[in-house]
Design a protein around this ligand. Structure first.
Ligand code: FPP
Length: 246
């Protein structure tokens, strides 16, 4: 039986977050430039989105470019930005056909103008779609997101909109970029690295973590299904005992 056939559709994680890692190493193994890995990483993105849509996953959030990634060689940064523009352009039709709503989180104003325009245009075009919400984390840093939320809450207190007593976990969560999404239940990282790398630190408090040695350009929907199956075999206790949960 394929991984997909073994998945219990009634116990799907509603929100899956992925740290797509290993594009550079994948290209290097093949004696190619790093950007070759990023280009092939896009094929994985397409396949994984398709897998998520097939299953009925509601939210998929991809770590596409971190705030720290701006420190990479200028040529690589430019190539990734160009790749993003061309990919978004090419994928809009596919998103419309598959009822995918595109979304983005991060310091989006840091993106080159053309990239920002294409992105906001695609977000607007797909905004009425009701299927999978595909969020790209771009120029994203979880710590910065937390600072941003803190400043926003402080401002709301200062203006009298809310009282200090109103601040709780729920309110804090709603002030994050992901405020209108449920927290991810499953976080996947490829390439054999065991790190979170400043990704969704608040939101993954109770997420199940899944690490695979596969490099991102080799990751396909079958790998996503395998990760979901692994998730479904775990017991999520949220601090309770096994007996209480069962
Ligand atoms: C991590 O691999 C990958 C990135 C920083 C870029 C990810 C971008 C894409 C897959 C393009 C996606 C585009 C869209 C529109 C979704 P790495 O370069 O850190 O690999 P390494 O750890 O082997 O060096």
């Amino acid at each position: 039986m394929s991984y997909k056939d073994q998945i219990d559709l009634l116990k799907l994680p509603e929100h899956i977050a992925i740290i797509m890692d290993g594009n550079g190493r994948w290209a290097k193994e093949k004696g190619k430039l790093r950007i070759f890995g990023h280009h092939n990483g896009v094929l994985s993105v397409r396949d994984v989105v398709e897998g998520g849509v097939d299953l009925g996953v509601k939210y998929l959030t991809l770590y596409t470019f971190s705030s720290e990634n701006w420190n990479r060689p200028k040529l690589e940064v430019m190539a990734i930005m160009e790749l993003m523009v061309s990919t978004i352009n090419k994928e809009i039709k596919n998103f419309m056909d598959k009822n995918v709503r595109l979304n983005a989180i991060g310091d989006l104003h840091m993106l080159p103008e053309k990239c920002y325009e294409e992105l906001t245009n695609a977000i607007k075009t797909t905004s009425k779609n009701t299927g999978l919400v595909l969020t790209l984390a771009l120029s994203y840093s979880s710590r910065r997101e937390i600072v941003h939320a803190t400043k926003s809450i402080a401002q709301q207190v200062k203006s009298g909109e809310i009282n200090i007593e109103d601040i709780n976990e729920d309110l804090f969560g709603r002030n994050l970029y992901t405020g209108d999404m449920p927290d991810p239940e499953l976080l996947i990282r490829t390439s054999g690295e065991y790190r979170i790398s400043n990704y969704l630190l608040w939101q993954i408090a109770y997420a199940e973590l899944y690490f695979t040695k596969k490099l991102w350009p080799d990751f396909r929907k079958e790998d996503l299904f395998e990760a979901i199956l692994d998730y479904q075999k775990r017991e999520r206790r949220f601090g309770k005992t096994s007996e209480q949960v069962n």
